[in-house]
Design a protein. Sequence first.
Lengths: 204, 215
Amino acid sequence: MSSEKLFYSRGLCLEGGYTLGDVSVLSGDLVWVNSDNPMDLDVFVAFILGLVKIKEGRANISGKEIKDIPYDVVSYFDLVNWHPRLASINDLVNILAHSRRLQSSFVLNEFKRILNGIGAGYALNLSLDKMTRATKVMLSTALVMSIPSLIMLLIDPFEVLDKESGLFLDAEIKNIVNDGSSVFILSSTEPGFYNKSIKVGIKA
Amino acid sequence: MSAVVLIINDLLIRNRSCWFGFFLLFVLALSVRLLPSFISDTGLIYLADLISRSLWIVLYVILIVLFVNDLVLDTHRLKYELMFYKALGLGIFTQFFTKLIILLSYALILTAMFWILLWSLEIKYVLLILILCTFIFMMRLIALYINNLWIYYSSLLLAAISVFYPIYIYPNTAYVLKAPIAEAILYISLYFTLYILLSLKFYLSSWRRECIGLN
């Protein structure tokens, strides 16, 4: 299977002096995004979402400028740091499916399957406000992986998982990258497997 | 559009205290209108009317401020909220205008309570309230940008005073209330456009500073 270049950066320096290492991510790559300061990983997310300007260098996704790519190319959720008030998590899944023009039942079934696989099936009956941080991490991971996208951003997905759940997530990620998507794992801890890495730093 | 519904739903659930204030204002306005049925002393009725109108204006400003504070989060949470909705396909502009429209809709609902109190429908008060709300929203964003909430509260106090007495560095309420409708609409639309542009500029700037860790 020929690999399409999904993400490319060269000599990149962003607003605020943040730098990204030179990297060329192909479809089917598993990338570890890391930084000395975990807060800097937020800048990477904001950059991929087209919210941070480039000061020097070049970067593109699928040959297009970051600001020009459709929003559904990237799948990202971080319920830990902020989430809207909702009656149930099913409402969020339905809105997510609708925003991506997908069938709600498909996304919901996929979401439940992954959530049960990583041992967080109990979260379906909980209110977001009453969830622990670990549960929100698992929910965010399941939400991202339930939507087919070219680029998937996972925030510390293995941090809160036990061995069995971690193996399940491993297998799911491998299925996703085999299908042609690229998965970016944002974490200060090195994951068990990856084939490329990007380091977010500050220009001296 | 569905992500816009998420913003609206989130705000409606979060603002329970504001909805209680809405109920309070309604009861206040209604009780004043019903007072003449129970009291025949016109002097007492006049005094009650005056006190309730003053109280209403104070409560109104407080409720709008509380509502704006919930619309515009602290800089740390604003960053994550922006990224959350951006991932759902809502750009910065859409998020900003959705919040502005929600604020103005809320202000109009409160204004409807004021009409019950006044027992009259006057468009000039609607226009004045639209300016006031946009102004409060703008000042909150400016305070966010320069990271100093005192700018917000001190200018807000002056804006409240301008409702009773014209202060020419702020929207001139006396002029707005007395000018013919056509001139009022002209000047208010100029203010409105200016405030939206300034608010948007500061909204984007303050977010960008937070997003890249400068705040």
